[in-house]
Design a protein around this ligand. Structure first.
Ligand SMILES: CC(C)(COP(=O)(O)OP(=O)(O)OC[C@H]1O[C@@H](n2cnc3c(N)ncnc32)[C@H](O)[C@@H]1OP(=O)(O)O)[C@@H](O)C(=O)NCCC(=O)NCCS
Length: 282
């Protein structure tokens, strides 16, 4: 039996210029990749085996992490189902001179323990929250699971009717690439952090074209991952304004993000919101 505090995993990263997107601060896609990495570490340690990312809830980037600061990513398992594991990730920006830490974002990811055929299998651990703080986190996780399962059922139903929603060809862009062995962590499936990085990059390019200036990722709508992407596949990331889509080129369409809730306006340094809904077909 585990308590939430037994499962804490911390990842600490200096932010170098190579990690920046808009000048002087971290690239949103890089941050999402780090979130997927620390979340996977926490989940795999508890699962004692291979996990895949099933869903990622909304993310709001509250505070930037600047170049020269330290990003502290803290992940902890807040609930365990039969085969699913919910991980909460909090990110802080630490200023080395002052020692102060500011909360950058809060996110929740759901991993599913799978076998070699990528079929869900039971997690060999139970979580028993200790004390009122952990009990509150556990109760919130149960409520999020309820809402997430409702969302999943809605999106799965909608996914069957998916069509290309490109409205304005001028605002489309497509990036295709092969999934290489270096993109995997477990087995032959693409590590989700790599896909998140690609999505943010292409969404960012399209937003910058639209704004004619720099943009920062402000928030990300919840994502559901319906089907794994294997190394024998290619990925196609295709955001279209005002909605983004992306999919596999040599396999079924993989994922389709939802319409952003807020449009960028022209001008430099705008914050952009991207969101996602996922679908797949055989
Ligand atoms: C996640 C996945 C393994 C689930 O497979 P499935 O056959 O639909 O699973 P089931 O319906 O039997 O559900 C198994 C568990 O996963 C949970 N689950 C399934 N899809 C989920 C999703 N999108 N989000 C959160 N939880 C999910 C279920 O609630 C269930 O939890 P429980 O066992 O704790 O009750 C499958 O959808 C998949 O492989 N997705 C792609 C994952 C991936 O490759 N991610 C990275 C992409 S780059």
């Amino acid at each position: 039996m585990l308590t939430i505090s037994d499962t804490v995993t911390e990842m600490v990263q200096w932010v170098f210029p190579e990690h920046a997107g808009a000048p002087g601060q971290i690239h949103g896609g890089r941050m999402m990749q780090w979130i997927a990495t620390v979340g996977t570490m926490a989940a795999a340690r508890v699962a004692r085996g291979q996990v895949v990312l099933g869903a990622m809830d909304d993310i709001d980037f509250l505070h930037p992490v600047k170049v020269g600061e330290i990003a502290v990513l803290r992940a902890q398992v807040e609930a365990i189902g039969r085969s699913s594991i919910e991980v909460g990730v909090r990110v802080f920006a630490e200023n080395v001179q002052s020692g102060r830490r500011a909360l950058t974002l809060n996110s929740h990811l759901v991993f599913v323990k799978v076998d070699e055929d990528l079929k869900p299998v039971p997690v060999p651990a139970t979580l028993v929250p200790r004390g009122p703080v952990e009990e509150a986190l556990f109760a919130e996780a149960r409520e999020r699971r309820r809402q997430r399962l409702e969302r999943l059922a809605r999106r799965r139903a909608g996914a069957l009717d998916t069509v290309d929603e490109a409205e304005e060809p001028r605002w489309t862009l497509e990036s295709s690439r092969a999934v290489l062995p270096e993109d995997t962590l477990f087995g032959h499936t693409m590590f989700p952090g790599k896909l998140l990085m690609d999505i943010d990059e292409v969404g960012g390019i399209l937003s910058m074209r639209y704004c004619r200036g720099l943009v920062m990722t402000a928030c990300l709508d919840a994502l559901d991952f319906f089907a794994p992407i294997n190394t024998h596949c290619g990925t196609r990331v295709r955001p279209t304004w005002p909605s983004f889509t992306w999919g596999r080129t040599s396999g079924p369409e993989h994922a389709r993000p939802s319409r952003p809730r807020r449009r960028a306006r022209s001008g430099a340094g705008r914050r952009r919101r991207s969101g996602a809904r996922a679908d797949s077909s055989g």
